[in-house]
Design a binder for this molecule. Structure first.
Ligand code: PHE
Length: 438
């Protein structure tokens, strides 16, 4: 069995790593969180900020993270310790592990909703008027049993996959299923765009209204960029440590970011036309996608089958993200504390189950975990990561790592300038402005 802790098993193919990193990036963040945060933050202007952040911060932070992981050949915590011994940079790793706990907790809750929707789709219960669909979600949220059980079931599924190790666990699932999810989203887009009144949704999404931009919108866009790309907390560094030296890290970062962004935008193109076509509110919060999508399926020939496939694939997309979160914690516990992987997996699952139950119980806990991890911990982690690459590592070492596939890279100076001067200052500015300190 593949075992990260002892043998540092690598990925079998180039596509394998990209698929796994993209598998971590693509998930509920694209299909659930992106539309709901965008809807809450005024639409087009948010999208514009989001795209700017993906390019300006997302790609450089992801490249930096990959290179730290690959250079050190360790989990985040150990990576910082070995690249800069005697200095407290490993605290970035500690923050990442904390973020992983928080994200995994509320993420499992939403993944639990997705499992409920798989069940509802199979039993043909997702039918009726938009009002009926709305009530299905509301009454599920008010239930005192199923939201808890589905959350725990999802965490169990995550734990079982991580028990299987890197190759068996991750590569196998992402390679075939993510392209399939992509196809389904495109089908949904086509249907949504042909609904009467779809134009308003497209306008909401693509026509920026700059009066909607303020500090908290900008911070939300930055948080979403970090969250969606899985950056700023070590997930990507951990994957980086499994990437062969023959692979171009810059290209990897660009492909993963582009794929992830494309999926989020396509999810938006499915959801907002439908929101307006069915006379719904774009800014209604966490339930948005679950209240909108079933209506589109109900208008489609073959909607029954499509809805089952969609929610199953969404569950799988959520799993390929949740396993990466669990992996960060497990790699940390097993490599730093010599804990057996099996023990690390089950004890983490136990702790996260407890936190997740609190998220189901209280919206406030849910929202605080969500905000604190994506808008605080990830951006701060991102700043520390670029500062580390820009100031702590040697310039020659950074360059060598980025060129280890044997070709010199033309963009090195731009990259180096961004990680030293632009990204850290700009991320801190957005952060401080967003929380009202600047
Ligand atoms: N990027 C994942 C998603 O969009 C969530 C995630 C965040 C995973 C941070 C790992 C780390 O669903």
């Amino acid at each position: 069995m593949a075992n990260i802790g002892s043998s540092r098993d690598g990925f079998t193919s180039k596509f394998g790593v990209i698929a796994a990193a993209a598998g971590s990036a693509i998930g509920l963040g694209n299909i659930w969180r992106f539309p709901y945060i965008l809807g809450n933050n005024g639409g087009g202007a948010f999208l514009l900020m989001y795209l700017i952040f993906i390019i300006a911060f997302g790609v450089p932070v992801m490249t930096s993270e990959l290179l730290i992981g690959r250079k050190a050949q360790k989990n985040v915590f150990g990576a910082f310790k070995s690249l800069s011994p005697n200095r407290p940079w490993y605290l970035v790793g500690t923050m990442g592990v904390l973020a992983a706990f928080l994200i995994l907790s509320f993420y499992s809750v939403v993944a639990g909703w997705t499992l409920e929707y798989v069940y509802l789709a199979i039993t043909g219960s997702l039918s009726g008027t938009p009002d009926d669909i709305n009530n299905i979600f509301t009454s599920f949220m008010g239930d005192n049993f199923w939201p808890y059980l589905w959350t725990i079931i999802f965490l169990f599924m995550t734990a079982l996959i991580v028990l299987g190790g890197v190759k068996n666990g991750i590569e196998k699932y992402t390679k075939i299923l993510m392209p399939l999810l992509f196809v389904l989203i495109v089908i949904l887009d086509i249907k949504a765009l042909t609904l009467p009144g779809a134009g308003k949704g497209i306008e909401f999404l693509f026509n920026p209204d700059f009066s909607k931009i303020n500090g908290s919108v900008v911070l939300a866009a930055m948080g979403q960029a970090f969250f969606s790309l899985s950056i700023g907390m070590g997930v990507i560094a951990t994957y980086g440590s499994y990437i062969p030296k023959s692979q171009d890290l810059g290209k990897t970062a660009v492909s993963v970011s582009m794929t992830d962004t494309l999926i989020a935008v396509l999810a938006g193109v499915a959801i907002f036309p439908a929101v307006f076509a069915f006379g719904m509110e774009p800014g209604q919060g966490t339930g948005l996608v679950f209240k909108v999508l079933p209506n589109i399926f109900n208008q489609m020939t073959g909607g029954f089958i499509f809805s089952i496939m969609f929610f199953v694939l969404l569950t799988i997309a959520a799993l390929t993200s949740s396993i990466s979160l669990l992996e960060v914690i497990v790699a940390y516990l097993s490599e730093e504390f010599n804990m057996k992987r099996k023990h690390a997996i089950w004890s983490t699952t136990l702790v996260v189950s407890f936190l997740a139950v609190m998220c189901v119980y209280s919206d406030k806990v849910f929202n605080n975990f969500d905000f604190f991890s994506s808008s605080v911990l990830l951006p701060l982690g991102g700043v520390l990561i670029v500062l580390f690459v820009g100031y702590v590592m040697k310039r020659s070492g950074v360059k060598a790592e980025l060129e280890s596939h044997g070709k010199s890279i033309a963009w090195f100076n731009i990259f180096y300038f961004i990680v030293r001067y632009i990204a850290p200052v700009a991320i801190m500015f957005v952060f401080l402005h967003g929380i009202g300190l600047l």
